[in-house]
Design a protein. Sequence first.
Length: 240
Amino acid sequence: MSFDCRKNNLTSSIKPNMTQDELKTLVGQAALHYVEPGSIVGVGTGSTVNKFIDALATMKDRIAGAVSSSVASTERLHALGIKVFDATEVDELAVYIDGADEIDHAGHMIKGGGAALTREKIVAAQSRQFVCIADESKLVQTLGNFAVPVEVIPMAEKRIARQFAALGGTATLRLKEGAPLVTDNGQHILDVTGLKISDPLAFESQVNQWPGVVTVGVFAFQKASVCLLGTSGGVKTLVF
Ligand code: 5RP
């Protein structure tokens, strides 16, 4: 990892004791720097990405549109007048902008806190560059403090939970209003605690092979190439 000390025009927005919400706004705006005029932008999901979408709306007449990773982001993009393309209409995207629940010093991430991990990984895989936007609380030495989201086919969820137990993890079915949360793809989410993921590539490969796993929320193969980290000193750019 290296630090890119590029100055951006947001230094005037830095104030002491910025809230997490203000840091998200700062990195959401900083991500505009990576959007190529005339392009279609890959857009992730979550509260940090919502700040990016709001910023993107200020240049909506200078982009062709977006490919979205969730129903929620699609709705926000539409509401702000940004055209949304289906992923199948586009061959390759120059850049994908998304948040993370954790990111390590090599750009590996845990994602899926917003249950959008499968489409996020699909759009990331279609993109040349993954720009992660996050506040500094997300930067960790080793992935695994945040429960790892895993999208699963419901008929396999009990067996998959037992497979995680054999690795020392505890898998909990994610609920919404007392019932299993149903993803945009009609599946369920297991949140797995108790794992220390010291080899993210090996972990992602292993869990991907379990029947019934749709997507594991470790992004090692689709890791970030750049992270714009919101800190009290401004936006730090980490290049992986
Ligand atoms: C959604 C995600 C989000 O990127 C992740 O949960 C971070 O969200 P936020 O920006 O709200 O902290 O992976 O599935």
